[in-house]
Design a protein around this ligand. Sequence first.
Ligand code: MG
Length: 264
Amino acid sequence: MKYLFSAWEELGPLLQGAPLFLFLDYDGTLAPIAATPAKAKILPGNKKILEELSNTLGIKLAIISGREMGDIKSRLGLKNIIYAANHGLEIDGPRIKFKSQVGLKFRKTIKNIHDHLKNKLSEVRGALIEDKGLSLSLHYRMVKDAEVPRVKALFHELVIVPLVKNKIKVTGGKKVLKIRPAVKWDKGKVTLWLLARQQFNQGNKKILPVYIGDDLTDEDAFKALRNKGITIVVGKTSGSYAQFYLKDAVEVGEFLQRIKLCRN
Ligand SMILES: [Mg+2]
């Protein structure tokens, strides 16, 4: 993997001309990871540059997040962009609205797991359950190290039945365990779908996709965009399908600034 700013000679010309579709994850990408999901705020500079880019001709923006729709929208507060929440199970933006029906059927399973988890983890300090309707996350960043194995064991015990019945998918992440419906839909598929749709709307004009993310669920998008666009992982220098890396959310902002500059 190359450090993105060291590869500018190769990248700069690509970003100058073609219509761009920027896909951005939120946590760890636009907002530094915080102690709890509620505290993860977008860097003010990143918000400002996103707003500018959202009003720049030839640039389309989408936020692809595991967060719930209302949550991610209020954290960005920008109008002219597409929001793909719950890993793409809900999409909302200018002239686009989508909610997975498979996801709706799945709510009952999620609710069950949520209730059981809440019950079992009530005495574990720092365990945080985030119910996002169509998905669920268990955050253990605030749990004492010695207690983490117990939290993980409890989680796996509760998800094993729906997991073997193929009702749900379980993924890890940065101090988090995530449950999603077992549908063939992920950040990679939603990215390809949004890209194809945009290409169709513009009379099949070629569009260059750029995807920036930091965690396991973003790897599906890095894989999907192989040889199709520019993929950037944040905070790692190896062990990713992305072609380039950036160090942190501040550098993501710098990269977006550079895009803006070379489009003027
Ligand atoms: Mg992330």
